[in-house]
Write a protein that binds this ligand. Structure first.
Ligand code: UDP
Length: 351
């Protein structure tokens, strides 16, 4: 298949690109490198089936051109990360709503298969666990910046389903639950890369709030396999699916596990939310997906445990610090000559 990925140089997008290339698909990536980075795709830039443009999803004529070239579209480009959302709400709302509108409009003209990525944030303050796709979404007030992300993604979902109902655009929506793995940067606040970096540096591990809040962390490799299956599944059209892992862990326990796995001496410290984010910041106490619907549709079950995920992230981070090219390990899975892979430069250091 010829596949177009918006946000293909991001954390999730670059893993999806690798998988699709390994499966024999032809991949076109559009990314403005705002939160994505060229290092994420450096090792595949010379793959004969890989093509990329550094530009914004707001460039509607370019999006239309790339939609024309392809059979299916993964729309991943979005403003993500709680820190970025709190600090840049205008960018969050505009990118997430307008970007999706542009992709859906272009896809609808040619009736191309689309997968739109939404987020578990849309469940908001709901306390009915585990979260099921048909549940009510419970938002906080517009005066609290965090909720702009959930609402912008909820609008994307409404718009996508409207295109399916009114224009028969074959669209699938996925709600991603805390996806983690190698290459995710801690720059936008994500907890796993932050804790791993702090533990390896011997710096205090900063648990926000009491640490009793919990999350379920899904491995990026498991998630991209599910995305690839969903876009090829007719029964997934017009549907919303949770994707992630249902193994729940408190943030305090996560900090202890990361300290144990890295054999770090770091102290675990507790930082009040209003110091970590902003005055009046609201966090979700628990977030657990029901994976029943996606299990029934494509047989999905997460394969990678939290300890295995942490080990992979730690190994990646250690290799990165040592100046190795951990990404080149995927040469065989990409069916690329190793000589081509070796032309890639090592990933740049991140703060
Ligand atoms: N968190 C933390 N320390 C950090 C970063 C995040 O304790 O350095 C907490 C955060 O407050 C939340 C959880 O870890 O309760 C997950 O945060 P993340 O930003 O990774 O994802 P979220 O689930 O909030 O979208």
């Amino acid at each position: 298949m010829h596949i177009f990925i918006t946000g293909g140089a991001g954390f999730l997008g670059s893993h999806l690109t690798e998988l699709l290339l390994a499966q024999g698909d032809d991949v076109w990536v559009l990314d403005d490198l705002s939160t994505g980075s060229i290092e994420n795709i450096e090792h595949i830039k010379n793959h004969p089936s890989f093509h990329y443009r550094v530009d914004s999803v707001m460039n509607a004529p370019l999006v239309a051109e790339l939609v024309d070239r392809c059979d299916a579209i993964f729309h991943l480009a979005a403003a993500v990360g709680v820190r970025l959302i709190v600090e840049s709400p205008v960018r969050t709302i505009e990118t997430n709503i307008r970007g999706t509108e542009i992709v859906l409009q272009a896809a609808a003209k040619k009736k191309k298969r689309v997968l739109i990525t939404s987020t578990s944030e849309v469940y908001g303050k709901s306390e009915k666990l585990p979260f099921r796709e048909g549940d009510d979404l419970v938002s906080g007030p517009p005066t609290k910046g965090r909720w702009s992300y959930a609402c912008s993604k909820a609008i994307d979902e409404f718009l996508s389903l409207a295109y399916w109902k009114e224009r028969r655009l074959p669209v699938t929506i996925v709600r991603l639950f805390n996806t983690v793995g190698p290459r995710q940067t801690g720059r936008y606040g994500m907890v796993v890369p932050n804790f791993v970096r702090q533990a390896l540096n011997g710096e205090p591990i900063t648990v926000f709030g009491t640490g009793k809040q919990s999350r379920c962390f899904g491995y990026v490799g498991d998630v991209v396999e599910a995305l690839s299956k969903l876009i090829r599944t007719q029964n997934a059209v017009g549907e919303i699916f949770n994707i992630g892992n249902d193994e729940e862990v408190s943030i305090k326990e996560l900090a202890h596990r990361i300290r144990r796995i890295t054999q770090s001496q770091s102290e675990i410290v507790y930082v009040p939310y209003d110091q970590a984010y902003e005055e009046g910041f609201e966090d979700m106490p628990r977030r657990v997906p029901s994976l029943e619907k996606i299990g029934q549709c494509i047989g999905y079950r997460p394969k990678t445990s939290l300890d295995e995920i942490i080990e992979k992230v730690v190994e990646f981070e250690r290799n990165r610090r040592a100046g190795a090219t951990p990404l080149a390990a995927s040469a065989s899975s990409l069916k690329m000559p190793v000589s081509v892979m070796q032309q890639s430069s090592p990933p740049a250091a991140q703060p």
